[in-house]
Design a protein around this ligand. Structure first.
Ligand SMILES: Cc1cc2nc3c(=O)[nH]c(=O)nc-3n(C[C@H](O)[C@H](O)[C@H](O)COP(=O)(O)OP(=O)(O)OC[C@H]3O[C@@H](n4cnc5c(N)ncnc54)[C@H](O)[C@@H]3O)c2cc1C
Length: 402
């Protein structure tokens, strides 16, 4: 009887799960015995790491030909619930019809979404770059500012949150505003960070370079200051300041997508499901978790995989392989990704590339920017739909980082 691997989500982790499961099934010569189906709203990979940019036509490559090349089915819809006792899921397809799909192994790869805390006006009046639709809405808003009267609020952008996304986003804003409003406009771009220093998770290594970039690009930094309330006209900070702005961009804090709550077992404070080294959910049988929904050790030093593309690309390869391996009676592969790097875009200043969890700076300025461009436009993109070439890089121990 045909066995079913069902994968929820066609992001980095879901796509690579599908490709590596297909590879394992093919190597075992069992293509006729295992059905692999990927469920997501559309067969596209959204390049979330580029959503602070504006090249939207490059940010959702079609992966239908790739999936077809390796024999993976795609179903356009969302998984609304998971019944781990019955081993099935409820799917709402894009037409609105509901159906129940059984699985032998289920891989949860539904990613993350920005968490919006209960701050007055945040949901109604802020923008963000979390999903493609959010980034497009921000872009349309910014472009429409050109038709508004020349006021301080129109000419001011405030980015809330000085982590990775906040830093990359805020450093794009001076040039984006000038392109839209013209060089004659008196623009103001500010970054609000609750902690006493920007990039609280980045550590001291790259910080002086980030500060240089802010100074050179004209970004004003306000630390020890959080947003207290937001309106269409501005933001009030916890330090009592009021900044007039029609554009407040929220970047603080992703959480695992809510479907993860339905997977039994322990969850961390980001809603991620605790997994063992084989990416099996610890609290329930026959369910794998991967990418941003997985809480798993990345090495033997106590480091945990971060909600990042870098980890999702490897986690996906491991979860897909292991789901197939269990069904095929093959050895499972333990996830381990000891090398950790970051490459942070610093706008016109360049970029900074670090290695290790203590983030030692290895490259900066244009050299790092070149690497960032390669990562953002090549490395994280889907491979060409060539079955053999895909299987050559879909193994669970494939090393991605430089
Ligand atoms: C602005 C920004 C910048 C970033 N920069 C970097 C960076 O520089 N480096 C880095 O490593 N990481 C970066 N990241 C993080 C990175 O994008 C994520 O960690 C990565 O996308 C996680 O991959 P994933 O496959 O787990 O989830 P996602 O890429 O979020 O994919 C989730 C998939 O699940 C689908 N889905 C969701 N719910 C359901 C459902 N109920 N049913 C079916 N399908 C569902 C979605 O449609 C999507 O296809 C950035 C993120 C953002 C937003």
């Amino acid at each position: 009887m045909t066995k079913r691997i069902l994968i929820a989500g066609s992001g980095f982790a879901g796509m690579w799960s599908a490709l590596s499961a297909a590879r394992a099934v093919s190597l075992a010569g069992k293509e006729n015995e295992v059905n692999i189906t990927l469920v997501s709203p559309s067969p596209n990979l959204h390049i979330r790491p580029r959503l602070y940019e504006t090249a939207f036509d490059e940010m959702s490559p079609d992966i239908a030909p790739l999936l077809a090349a390796v024999g993976v089915n795609h179903l356009a819809g969302t998984i609304e619930s998971v019944n781990t006792a019955n081993k099935d899921v409820e799917v709402k397809n894009i037409g609105g019809a509901r159906s129940t799909m059984p699985y032998d192994r289920f891989i949860l790869a539904t990613g993350s979404a920005l968490f919006l805390p209960d701050i007055p006006g945040l949901k109604e009046h802020s923008f963000n770059v979390d999903q493609l639709s959010n980034a497009i809405a921000l872009d349309q808003h910014l472009k429409a500012l050109a038709k508004q009267p020349d006021t301080v609020a129109r000419n001011t952008v405030v980015v809330v949150g000085g982590g990775f996304t906040g830093i990359e986003t805020v450093l794009e804003m001076p040039q984006r505003l000038r392109d839209i409003l013209g060089n004659g406009a008196t623009i103001r771009v500010a970054l609000l960070e609750r902690a006493s220093e920007i990039g609280p998770d980045l550590g001291p290594g790259p910080r002086p370079l980030i500060e240089q970039a802010f100074a050179e690009c004209g970004v004003e930094v306000m630390t020890s200051a959080a947003a207290e309330s937001i309106s269409a006209e501005g933001v009030t900070t916890t330090t009592g300041a009021y900044i007039e702005s029609n554009t407040v961009i929220w970047t603080a804090g992703p959480r695992a997508q809510s479907l993860a709550e339905q997977i039994q077992g322990e969850h961390d404070r980001f809603g991620r499901v605790h997994a063992d080294q084989y990416l099996r959910a610890k609290g329930v049988k026959d369910v794998f978790v991967t990418g941003d929904v997985a809480m798993v050790a990345t090495d033997d030093e106590g480091n945990i995989a971060s909600m990042s593309c870098q980890h999702a690309l490897s986690l996906g390869r491991v979860s897909g392989h292991n789901a197939a391996a269990e069904l095929l009676g093959l050895p499972a592969h333990a996830y381990s990704q000891p090398k950790y790097v970051t490459c942070l875009d610093l706008g016109p200043w360049g970029a900074v590339y670090t290695e290790g969890w203590d983030r030692q700076v290895h490259l900066q300025r244009e050299e790092a920017k070149e690497l960032k461009r390669a990562i953002n436009t090549q490395w994280i993109y889907p491979p060409e739909p060539d079955r053999d070439a895909v299987f050559a890089i879909a193994n669970p121990d494939y090393v991605i980082v430089p």
